[in-house]
Design a protein around this ligand. Structure first.
Ligand SMILES: O=c1ccn([C@H]2C[C@H](O)[C@@H](COP(=O)(O)OP(=O)(O)OP(=O)(O)O)O2)c(=O)[nH]1
Length: 143
């Protein structure tokens, strides 16, 4: 899939689809370093704008190294970038660690993956078909 991208950051475009890597690293495009205290959230600009083909979305995901070493993850779990969004992609970081975390311009703070999704027509009914599981969930089969 080809995708148009505007890069207003000074950082090079990522080498997507090389070496079998699924995620494009996203860089913090900030004027000054920022401090993220434990349990604080912050919105970090990337300088990246994209035009995603209809039927696809981009997902913003945490970087596992930052999560494991510092507790730095995304406050929204996975960010959804809609195919009709033309604004700047921004990253909602949260510090779930116990130490202050400093974000410097050019740090790779998250990654972006492209996903094809199913178009769904919702059909409203009064009753659903029956299954063995029924309403059971949330560990009802034990651990
Ligand atoms: O981590 C994120 C999540 C979203 N967005 C942008 C792209 C997305 O298309 C738009 C709206 O995101 P979302 O649908 O998650 O936001 P919402 O809270 O439902 O607001 P809206 O009413 O604007 O849809 O914001 C980001 O830049 N980063």
């Amino acid at each position: 899939m080809k995708l148009e991208i505007v890069n207003k950051s000074p950082f090079p475009l990522p080498n997507y689809l090389t070496e079998g890597s699924a995620g494009i690293d996203l860089y913090a495009n900030i004027d000054e370093s920022m401090l993220l205290k434990p349990l604080e959230r912050i919105l970090i600009p990337t300088g990246i704008h994209i035009s995603i083909p209809t039927g696809y979305e981009a997902q913003i995901r945490a970087r596992s190294g930052l999560a494991l070493k510092y507790g730095i993850t995304l406050a929204n779990g996975i960010g959804t970038i809609d195919s009709d969004y033309r604004g700047e992609i921004k990253i909602i970081l949260i510090n779930l660690g116990q130490e202050d975390f400093i974000i410097n311009s050019g740090d790779r703070i998250a990654q972006m993956v492209f996903i094809k999704y199913e178009k769904v027509t919702l059909i409203e009914v009064n009753k659903l078909d029956e299954t063995k599981r029924g309403s059971g969930g949330f560990g009802h089969t034990g651990i």
